[in-house]
Design a protein around this ligand. Structure first.
Ligand code: SAM
Ligand code: DTB
Ligand code: SF4
Length: 330
C-alpha cells in the first residue's frame, strides 16, 4: 500500500460535524499559521489525496441592471460602476462558450444572471435550455440568479442542473452593512428550496469588506452548521470595483485567504472549497498555499462576471507547478 492509499483509506475516520461553535471556528482562524495549515492538510489529504482540483468556468448571461443594493457589486443599479444593463445572451452563444470551456478543460460551467429573483417567462425557459445544453456537452451546470420559487427549483432540477450558487456573502451580524434589499433569512430560505429540489448547493462568501475575524467565523459557522454542508463553498476576496461603496477597501492580505480556505476545509471536509474572486491579487505562492491548505476548485477562464480572472495559460502553469491533479480530457 502506498502512502497515498493509506491516506485515502483514512477517510472513514473523518468526523463530519454540523455543531461547530463560533468560539471553535474563531480559534481555528487565529491558530498560528503553521498549525492551521497542518490541521487543514491532514483533512485535505485524507479526503483528496491526489489534490484533484475542479475547474469551473463562469459566464455572465445577464449583466447589470440588478435591483439589489449589494455594496460590493458593480451590477447593482444602486452603484455607479461602469457596467450597464445588457440584454440577456441567447442560448446558442452561451452553449458555444460552454463548448469552448469544455475544450479548455473545464469540469463545470457556471452561468450568472444579475437578478433579484428568477421570473417565469422567456428568459427562464432560455435558462432551462442552457442548463440542458450544458449537461449534453458533458459539463456540470451551475446557475446563479438570485431567489427562486419551489417550482422554479424543481424545473431547474428536472433540466439537469447540478448546482445553484447563492452566497451568504458575510456574517448575519455584518449583513446589513452590505445589503439592505434582501434579508439573510431570505438567503437561507432560497438555499432550502434549492436543496429540497435535489440540486446541490454552492454557497460561500466574501472577505475584505471591512468585516472582523468574528464576522468571518460567524459566516463559516452558518455554512458549517448546514446539514448537509454545501457541496461547494466559494471563498471570494473582494474585488474592489470603482463606483461601488466598497471601492476604497484595501486588498485583503493573501494570508487571510489562506486562513479562510484552511478553516473551511477543516470545518467542511468533503465540500469543494473554491478559491474564487480575487485570485489576481493573490500571487502564485499564496494561491499554491491555498491549494495546499484545502482549496480544491478554482474559477477557470479569463473573466469572472464583469471583472477579470487569471489567463487560462497562466492557470495551466500554476496548476502544473503546484503538482495538483486536473481532469484534462482533451
Ligand atoms: N444575482 C445573483 C445573486 O446575488 O445571487 C447572482 C450573481 S452575484 C454577482 C454572485 C456572487 O458574486 C455574489 O453573491 C458575491 O458573493 C460575488 N461577488 C459579486 N461581486 C463581487 C466582488 N466585487 N468581489 C467579490 N465577489 C463578488
Ligand atoms: C462566486 O462566489 N463568485 C463568482 C460566482 N460565485 C458567481 C462571482 C464573482 C464575481 C466577481 C465580480 C465580477 O466579476 O463581477
Ligand atoms: Fe444583484 Fe447579485 Fe450583484 Fe447583488 S450580487 S447586486 S443580487 S447581481
Amino acid at each position: 500500500m502506498t502512502l497515498l492509499d493509506k491516506k485515502s483509506s483514512d477517510v472513514e475516520l473523518l468526523d463530519v460535524r454540523h455543531d461547530w461553535t463560533l468560539h471553535e471556528i474563531q480559534e481555528l482562524l487565529e491558530l498560528p499559521l503553521m498549525e492551521l495549515l497542518w490541521q487543514a492538510q491532514l483533512v485535505h489529504r485524507a479526503v483528496n489525496p491526489s489534490y484533484n482540483v475542479q475547474l469551473a468556468s463562469l459566464l455572465s448571461v445577464k449583466t447589470g441592471g440588478c435591483e439589489e443594493d449589494c455594496a460590493y457589486c458593480p451590477q447593482s443599479i444602486h452603484n455607479s460602476s461602469d457596467v450597464s444593463n445588457q440584454p440577456n445572451l441567447d442560448v446558442d452563444p452561451v452553449l458555444e462558450k460552454a463548448k469552448a470551456a469544455k475544450a479548455a478543460g473545464a469540469d463545470r460551467f457556471c452561468m450568472g444572471w444579475a437578478w433579484r429573483e428568477i421570473r417565469n417567462g422567456e428568459a427562464f425557459e432560455a435558462m432551462l435550455s442552457m442548463v440542458r445544453g450544458v449537461r449534453e456537452i458533458g459539463l456540470e451546470a451551475c446557475v446563479t440568479a438570485g431567489m427562486l420559487t419551489d417550482e422554479q427549483a424543481f424545473r431547474l432540477a428536472e433540466a439537469g442542473l447540478t448546482a445553484y450558487n447563492h452566497n451568504l456573502d458575510t456574517s448575519p451580524e455584518n449583513y446589513e452593512q452590505i445589503i439592505t434589499t434582501r434579508t439573510f433569512q431570505e438567503r437561507l430560505e432560497t438555499l432550502h428550496r434549492v436543496r429540497s429540489a435535489g440540486i446541490t448547493i454552492c454557497c460561500g462568501g466574501i472577505i475584505g469588506m471591512g468585516e472582523s475575524i468574528t464576522d468571518r467565523a460567524s459566516l463559516l459557522k452558518i455554512l458549517a452548521t448546514l446539514n448537509p454542508h454545501p457541496e461547494s463553498v466559494p471563498i471570494n476576496a473582494l474585488v474592489p470595483v470603482e463606483g461601488t461603496p466598497l471601492e476604497q477597501c484595501q486588498s485583503v492580505d493573501p494570508l487571510e485567504m489562506v486562513r479562510m480556505v484552511a478553516t473551511a476545509r477543516i470545518l467542511m471536509p468533503y465540500s469543494r472549497v473554491r478559491l474564487s474572486a480575487g485570485r489576481e491579487q493573490l500571487g502564485r505562492e499564496a494561491q499554491i498555499l491555498c491549494l495546499q491548505a484545502g482549496a480544491d476548485s478554482i474559477f477557470y477562464g479569463d473573466s469572472l462576471l464583469t471583472t477579470s480572472n487569471p489567463e487560462i495559460e497562466a492557470d495551466r502553469q500554476l496548476l502544473s507547478q503546484a503538482g495538483v491533479q486536473v481532469n484534462w480530457d482533451f
